[in-house]
Design a protein around this ligand. Structure first.
Ligand SMILES: Nc1ncnc2c1ncn2[C@@H]1O[C@H](COP(=O)(O)OP(=O)(O)OP(=O)(O)O)[C@@H](O)[C@H]1O
Length: 417
């Protein structure tokens, strides 16, 4: 009898290198598994669970593919007769190696008896919007593609009046699946009671099965934990199980995620550690500028430490006195930076209070004229009991001599402004 596939095609017309079926010859593990060539993008890891090896182990496909191509078929609509006109086609979109493992044809006369067999209800064709190794999830909106588990079983002692719905229900129940997750892709009769059947198991949620779920299915089938009604199927053998590990996120997505994390991290860190904005510090010495009431200290001139002024004048030594006006003595001195200055020490208890003094200092510091003596800085104690003005030193004689001499220079001091 010659074997026929689901489309009723004689096996010997299709297969150049037939291999013995597991129950008829070499074990399935000796069957070379074809290599997979998938596009680089979204390439999933394809893993074969060896039915004859340790159940949870993953057996990689051999590096060298066999010389013959495995038969790759698309899903076929149910055929009314196993001897009907063949409609099998090579799938261009499917990668090699994803499909039916070819079993050897039996050398017996097929006769017409196969036409009376109850054929498995194959899933109808669906639109081919999915990429290689992906299948369309039925019932979903749009083109929802998922990675299935591809399963090949060898069924023996199959009832001729096989109730395939019952078989699928039992298989789904035993594997903890929904019947809707199992799609029969192809079948191949070896004899009246024996056939190889291929199916896709569709993940109920997500884009693929987890490794543990795939391993459970593999183990259940390998260890024959799946029990069928003996009136339906006498025995079965796991020929092949292929699980597609979901591809890792694309590099673009990874870069986006990493960038987002980095940006968020930097922003968060910046908020934590960014010091509060500070006013640029003015050159100060030891003392700090006074704040008299609501009047801020003058910003356009220097606040000088009393200690510096005291040292500059030799502790306001009488020898450094330049003169004396209506508001106090004027001392000659040199600041720590070498600037020669005239320091006017206002008489304590003068007419001006702290606020007025600071306002005057602010005004003086903003007046600039070639005939005005430049204000270098000032000092005012917190209680305004000590107020000092520091001018550039006018050399070559007293102001009086300048004013009353030939020079037409004008001197305006703090009191006369
Ligand atoms: N920048 C200066 N450089 C050199 N000597 C100065 C300077 N400022 C004041 N003096 C000296 O100190 C003296 C006192 O000056 P001050 O300005 O205090 O009084 P005044 O200008 O003479 O009169 P008034 O008190 O009415 O302003 C001046 O006569 C001058 O000799």
């Amino acid at each position: 009898m010659a074997d026929v596939n689901s489309a009723g095609v004689k096996a010997e017309e299709r297969f150049l290198s037939p291999i013995e079926a597991p129950m008829l010859g070499p074990p399935v593990s000796d069957m070379p598994l074809p290599s997979v060539t998938a596009p680089k993008f979204q390439k999933p890891h394809r893993k074969h669970f060896s039915p004859l090896g340790s159940p949870p182990s993953v057996v990689a496909a051999p590096a060298s593919p066999p010389n013959y191509d495995p038969l790759v078929t698309s899903a076929h609509p149910p055929t009314s007769s196993s001897l009907s006109k063949p409609s099998m086609k090579k799938s261009a979109s499917s990668p090699p190696g994803v499909g039916l493992i070819v079993l050897a044809p039996l050398q017996s006369d097929p006769g017409d008896s196969l036409s009376g067999l109850a054929h498995p209800p194959l899933s109808p064709d669906v639109s081919d919007c999915c990429g290689p190794e992906l299948v369309l999830k039925r019932g979903s909106h749009g083109c929802h593609c998922v990675y299935p588990i591809k399963l090949d079983l060898l069924l023996s002692n199959v009832s001729q009046n096989h109730n395939w719905d019952m078989f699928l229900q039992e298989l789904a129940s035993e594997l903890g699946l929904l019947v809707s997750q199992i799609e029969l892709i192809n079948f191949y009769f070896l004899s009246l009671s024996r056939l190889n059947i291929s199916m896709d198991i569709i993940p109920h949620s997500g884009v693929s099965f987890s490794a543990s779920d795939a391993s459970k299915i593999n183990t259940s089938l390998y260890l024959h934990k799946v029990n069928f009604d003996p009136t339906l199927v006498g025995d079965y053998k796991l020929l092949n199980l292929t699980w597609f590990e979901p591809p890792p996120p694309s590099p673009v997505l990874m870069i986006t995620i990493i960038s987002t994390v980095l940006v968020c991290s930097c922003v968060s860190r910046g908020r934590r550690t960014e010091p509060p904005l500070k006013e640029p510090e003015k050159p100060r010495t030891i003392d700090t500028a006074p704040v008299a009431g609501s009047v801020p200290h003058p910003s356009s001139t220097r606040f000088l430490a009393y200690e510096e002024l005291r040292e500059a004048t030799g502790n306001f030594a009488p020898a450094s006195i330049l003169g004396e006006g209506g508001f106090g003595k004027v001392f000659k001195g040199v600041l720590s930076d070498g600037t020669a200055v005239a320091i006017k020490r206002l008489t304590s208890g003068g007419q001006q209070g702290g606020k007025e003094f600071l306002v005057e200092v602010e005004m003086l510091s903003r007046l600039h004229h070639r005939n005005l003596v430049k204000l270098v800085g000032y000092y005012s104690s917190r209680d305004s009991s000590q107020n000092l003005l520091c001018y550039e030193l006018v050399p070559n004689g007293s102001l009086e001599s300048w004013l009353h001499g030939n020079l037409l220079s004008l001197h305006l001091n703090y009191c006369s402004v």
